[in-house]
Design a protein around this ligand. Structure first.
Ligand code: ADP
Length: 311
């Protein structure tokens, strides 16, 4: 089966300091008339301790890229390395273990367990991994995220900002090398957004954790060291110091870009399975991805938004 009819560019080998590295990633959804190429030969490295924003118009492939990098979804072709581990070599159990041990996730929808208190939610990843909590780190996280007086509250008894901070503490308690955040400020007011983004920046600059954050917001991206811009499943720009070089006006031009050259919108995926949160069907997108014109068929139409229980 031909996965990618386009000739591949020379493969960029991972930089020595790259902690996450993708090479020639292709991700296709659907089949036949509804085949969509969400990632079209993407190669990119993320250096350890950096904070990167992944940006681009709706439907450009941001979430798909994040899911493939984080081992939440398997690419159709290409390879992802996290630390020293090549993800395609892992079976599902070992992939789950890697996500649990090396990766933290922060989602827009928090994904807290409603019947667990804030403290139980925060400690859940450690419990699942059979690890003990580092009491000093727990104390530090809870204090710096201003959650001390909320530890025995259920999610329903907390504000959105508090719930998001619990989700951040849960992502950080296992001290993951890499933290993936999908529109983490989407449900927050500006004060809580700023607080969260400052915290993520500190996690990278002070604690050396690598942050990869999907966002459509130039203000959020300004906290990052780098902004990668996607369109039609390609990286079209790689902006250093987005606080200085990326404006809200530039971001608006991506969202209003006329899809004049784009093919007709593809139909709703035929897999019949629900799309994960935040995934829109192509029919509602202002900016359609290219239809796949190769002769490939895809049997992996569904990214299971797998979250290893806690994340
Ligand atoms: P973004 O995060 O930039 O909005 P996505 O990565 O969610 O973009 O989606 C990229 C393209 O892939 C879109 O056209 C989207 O409709 C399509 N897509 C995403 N997930 C699925 C799926 N499970 N089945 C079919 N198509 C999908």
């Amino acid at each position: 089966m031909t996965m990618n009819p386009r000739p591949n560019p020379p493969t960029r080998s991972a930089l020595p300091s790259a902690i996450v590295s993708a090479t020639n990633l292709v991700k296709m959804y659907g089949s036949g008339d509804t085949l969509v190429c969400a990632l079209d030969d993407v190669s990119v490295n993320f250096a350890a301790g950096t904070f990167t924003a992944i940006m681009g118009p709706s439907g450009s492939g941001k979430s798909t890229l994040m899911h493939c990098l984080a081992g939440l979804d398997r690419p159709t072709a290409g390879s992802v390395v996290v630390g020293n581990t090549r993800l395609e070599n892992l079976d599902d159990n070992n992939l789950t273990k890697l996500r649990r041990d090396e990766i933290g996730f922060i989602f827009q929808s928090f994904n807290l367990l409603p019947t667990h208190t804030a403290k139980e939610n925060i400690l859940l990843p450690l419990k699942l991994a059979g690890r003990r909590a580092d009491k000093a780190l727990l104390e530090q996280l809870v204090t710096s995220l201003s959650l001390t007086r909320r530890m025995n509250h259920l999610p329903s008894q907390m504000s959105g900002g508090e719930q998001q901070r619990v989700a951040v503490a849960r992502a950080l308690i296992s001290q993951p090398k890499v933290i993936f955040a999908d529109e983490p400020t989407g449900a927050l007011d500006s004060r809580n957004s700023t607080r969260l983004l400052e915290y993520l920046r500190e996690a990278s600059s002070v604690r050396g954790q690598t942050i990869i954050m999907v966002t459509h917001d130039a203000t959020a991206a300004a906290f990052a060291d780098r902004a990668l811009v996607l369109a039609d499943g390609h990286i079209i720009d790689d902006i250093a110091d987005p606080a200085r070089h990326l404006t809200a006006a530039t971001v608006r031009t991506w969202d209003t870009r006329t899809p004049a050259a784009a093919p007709p919108l593809v139909a709703t995926p035929t897999s019949g399975l629900p799309l994960p949160t935040g995934h829109e069907t192509a029919t509602t997108q202002p900016y359609a991805p290219r239809r796949w014109t190769g002769n490939a068929t895809s049997d992996d139409a569904q990214p299971a938004a797998r979250m290893n229980g806690a994340n």
